[in-house]
Ligand binder design. Structure first.
Ligand SMILES: NC(=O)c1ccc[n+]([C@@H]2O[C@H](COP(=O)([O-])OP(=O)(O)OC[C@H]3O[C@@H](n4cnc5c(N)ncnc54)[C@H](O)[C@@H]3O)[C@@H](O)[C@H]2O)c1
Length: 380
């Protein structure tokens, strides 16, 4: 029988001034199936308590550290059902490991870990624990990304020949880390972020989107990573040529020094019969262009969309859905999985990014760095 109570979430990260932690909270709660009840919101116990007050949770459950949260929650009859990880990358593995080894499922933000070695360890921990693990590649939650994926799978554009994916941001065009900007400071520090800067932060999103929509694997790449802003220790501008498992080729651009850009994630997939065009700054339309015949603009919530896309739209046509809703789609799928897993050990839904995407994303970073260092093509 389906559970009637809300699932209880414990959030790690999302302290005062944080970006993505509060987004996780809003998205997780959007469908009324999940409730934030506990957290270790900051590495500073004082700030964690202050965040607990702002989230209006029981002050007793705003913990000083994630270790304390896990230990204390395990004692409670109303313990958290899963842990969300929304901290800088270097903490992802220790938090995930602590939660999974304590028997608590995990929903983690990307990149899955700071290094490739760490994700291999995480993969083993997830397998050993046998618990749900989800990865919030947000863009996989957009209805028209689901539609593009379904159209590719149905052969609507024919076999894929070429993919162009770009993720261009401009917010790191200057050394804002020098003035202590919170989000920039840890992202340019290899100890907190990992060795891949822009390639890890947004290149992994572009990489995931390409594989998610096309259903193809990247099998080789040649990458060039640069640090354009003086003194920066990680890359901030990346270009990669890709070979895909069906013989198609791709190009991936990721940059955080693309001055003037906001969150310019855009993908074009070219098949033998036509192409698909989607961009996240205008996410409610997908264009399908055919070599023979007129262009088709597909709107989110259109009754003609694929069932996978219709399943994740909430509003009638013309009412824009965006970032929060896409994020919430991943949470709804995670909640459904968690309940089904409890009932009958159900497998992960194919639409929700998980440990496979985690490993591939980290491998992508590692391979791109290696290729940039040697100047050679590298196998994936
Ligand atoms: N899915 C997405 O589209 C998306 C978007 C932005 C960020 N992210 C990812 O989310 C993570 C956080 O990014 P952000 O931009 O929110 O960073 P942020 O700096 O804004 O927030 C990080 C938060 O984690 C807290 N923190 C640090 N160490 C901690 C610890 N040991 N215990 C508890 N809390 C701790 C900080 O105090 C802060 O509140 C990163 O891994 C990033 O790559 C994903």
């Amino acid at each position: 029988m389906a559970e009637s109570r809300k699932l209880r979430m414990g959030l790690v990260g999302g302290g005062p001034g944080a970006f993505i932690g509060p987004v996780h909270r809003i998205a997780a709660e959007l469908d009324g199936r999940i409730e934030l009840v506990a957290g270790a919101f900051s590495s500073s116990p004082e700030k964690s308590r202050a965040a607990g007050l702002s989230y209006r949770i029981d002050p007793q459950r705003a913990y000083g550290s994630y270790e304390e949260m896990i230990a204390q929650e395990k004692q409670r009859p109303d313990a958290i059902d899963f842990v969300v990880i929304a901290t800088p990358n270097s903490t992802h593995l220790p938090v995930a490991k602590a939660a999974l080894e304590a028997g608590i499922p995990v929903m983690s933000d990307k990149p899955a870990t700071a290094t490739y070695d760490q994700v291999l360890e995480l993969e083993k921990v997830v397998a050993r624990a046998g618990l749900p693990y989800g990865l919030t590649h947000t863009y996989a939650g957009y209805a028209l990304v689901r539609d593009a994926r379904a159209l590719c799978a149905a052969g609507e554009i024919g076999p894929v020949r070429k993919v162009v994916v770009e993720y261009l941001q401009g917010w790191l065009s200057e050394s804002i880390e020098a003035s202590g900007q919170k989000q920039a400071s840890w992202r340019v520090d290899p100890k907190l972020n990992g060795p891949g800067g822009c390639i890890g932060d947004i290149g992994t999103h572009a990489f995931h989107l390409l594989e998610y929509i096309t259903g193809l694997d990247v099998i080789a790449l040649q990458g060039t990573l640069r640090s354009v802003v003086e003194g920066r220790q990680v890359d901030d501008d990346c270009t990669a040529l890709l070979k895909l498992s069906n013989g198609a080729q791709g190009i991936l651009l990721a940059s955080q020094i693309a001055a003037g850009e906001g969150n310019g994630l855009r993908i074009r997939v070219y098949g033998e019969k036509g192409s698909l065009h989607w961009q996240q700054e205008n996410p409610n339309t997908l264009t399908l262009r055919r070599t023979a015949g007129p262009d088709e603009t597909r709107h989110a919530s259109g009754g003609y969309l694929s069932p996978d896309a219709r399943a994740v739209t909430r509003l009638p046509g013309g009412h824009p859905e965006g970032y929060f809703e896409a994020f919430a789609v991943l949470y709804r799928e995670f909640a459904e999985w968690l309940e089904a897993w409890r009932a009958n050990k159900a497998e992960a839904p194919a639409t929700l990014p998980g440990i496979r995407a985690a490993v591939r994303g980290m491998r992508f970073i590692e391979r791109a760095i290696e290729s940039s260092r040697t100047g050679q093509w590298v196998e994936f």
